[in-house]
Design a protein around this ligand. Structure first.
Ligand SMILES: *Cc1c(COP(=O)(O)O)cnc(C)c1O
Length: 379
């Protein structure tokens, strides 16, 4: 089955009770048993729920994996992966990381005796000096947030395999429409399904997909034991979102390309970060591992003026100033004062988060309206 069919049918069966084409929302916590242990595979909804199962099968299908797991948020999914570790274990992670992931690593799991190394992974040779016998997990995000750096998934997976390290990729920004980390040798794919998979900015959800039975069993155990599961209504919404993932992504990418080119030619714009531009420093790796380049763009303006940047953001009408990304509507963001505000100025500037950096989540509106909006706001 090809990707554009999998989004609609992958892992799905019509409901056995009445043939409902969409899995019903099984809003129930428990299931009747005819005799103790006599049930139809469902006992209690923390463990299993038919609506959530349908979604988990869809996650597995679209990511070319065997086992899918749904969580109450992207961070709950990451939390489940970290629970595979024990005190003394070490993690090597990309340094340009989603802020919430960084917070989970450093503010929660460091307290439990897990050590994290944050490394610029665009040059994979940077990683090897951090590998030792305690290294148990390699965590990568690509494209990264908000600088849209690309790391070589294939090269990382070789390092992980050679050293017997579990390798996880946060695929939130790219989505499986664009890249399939398991095909490149990753062990775990993680999603904030809140973003493109849900696609309509109306639900918080997380996902993991794996191929190995042992690993899947450990994660299902954690999912049930810790209990950070999504409810059936949210599972239904994300399942519905996934059915249009391919056509939404196609439009996100087309619009982003036009906007990246528009910004690139704009006299007031200093630099545009979008992996599809041949001027992007990791364009070659992007080309090798991505089918398209996604809907996320960051850019800076000349003079790096804080007030002028805020002014642009306030003037934008169609791009809503808001956290998050990946919905059908276009959003704008100011990393320096929003997502990265807690990082000292000098630190954030080292990774490129300067005062004039604006991040766009390009939606699927008409491209003429989006460009006109940027034109009037940048001036
Ligand atoms: C949003 C996001 C997360 C966290 O997901 P939530 O659903 O908000 O918990 C993790 N990684 C990336 C790249 C994200 O954009």
């Amino acid at each position: 089955m090809k990707f554009n069919t999998k989004t609609i049918h992958g892992g799905q069966k019509h409901d056995p009770a009445y043939g409902a084409v969409m899995p019903p929302i099984y809003q129930t916590s428990t299931y009747a048993q005819t005799t103790p242990g006599g049930h139809k595979g469902f006992e209690y909804s923390r463990t299993h729920n038919p609506t959530r199962n349908a979604l988990e099968n869809s996650f597995a299908s679209i990511e070319n994996g065997k086992y899918g797991l749904a969580f109450g948020s992207g961070l709950a999914a990451i939390d489940a992966v970290l629970k595979l570790l024990k005190p003394g274990d070490e993690v090597i992670s990309t340094n340009d990381l989603y802020g919430g992931t960084y917070r989970l690593f450093t503010k929660i799991y460091e307290n439990f005796g897990i050590k994290f190394h944050f490394v610029g992974m665009e040059n994979t040779s940077n990683i090897e000096s951090f590998v030792n016998k305690n290294t148990k997990l390699l965590w990568a995000e690509t494209p990264t947030n908000p600088m849209l750096n690309i790391v070589d998934i294939d090269a990382l997976s070789k390092i992980a395999k050679d050293n017997n390290i579990l390798f996880a990729v946060d695929n939130t920004f790219a989505t499986p429409y664009i890249q399939a980390p398991l095909d490149f040798g990753a062990d775990i794919v993680m999603h904030s399904a809140t973003k493109y998979l849900g696609g309509h900015s109306d639900v918080i959800m997380g996902a993991l997909v794996v191929n190995e039975k042992d690993l899947a069993d450990k994660l299902y155990f954690i999912q049930n034991a810790s209990g950070a599961i999504p409810g059936p209504q949210d599972s239904f919404l994300v399942l519905r979102g996934i059915k249009t993932l391919h056509i939404r992504m196609q439009r996100h990418c087309e619009n982003a390309k036009m906007i990246a080119e528009f910004l690139n030619d704009h006299p007031k714009v200093e630099k545009v970060f979008w992996p599809g531009l041949t001027s992007h420093k990791n364009h070659n790796i992007a080309k090798a591992q991505m089918n398209d380049y996604g809907g996320m763009i960051s850019f800076t303006t000349k003079g790096n003026d804080y007030n002028k940047t805020i002014n642009i953001l306030e003037k934008l009408k169609i791009f809503t100033l808001a956290e998050s990304l990946g919905g059908v509507e276009s959003l704008s963001g100011h990393p320096a004062s929003m997502t990265h505000a807690s990082i000292p100025k000098e630190e954030r500037e080292k990774s490129g988060v300067v005062d004039s950096l604006i991040r766009l989540s390009v939606g699927i509106e008409d491209i003429d309206d989006l460009i006109a909006d940027l034109k009037q706001a940048i001036g």
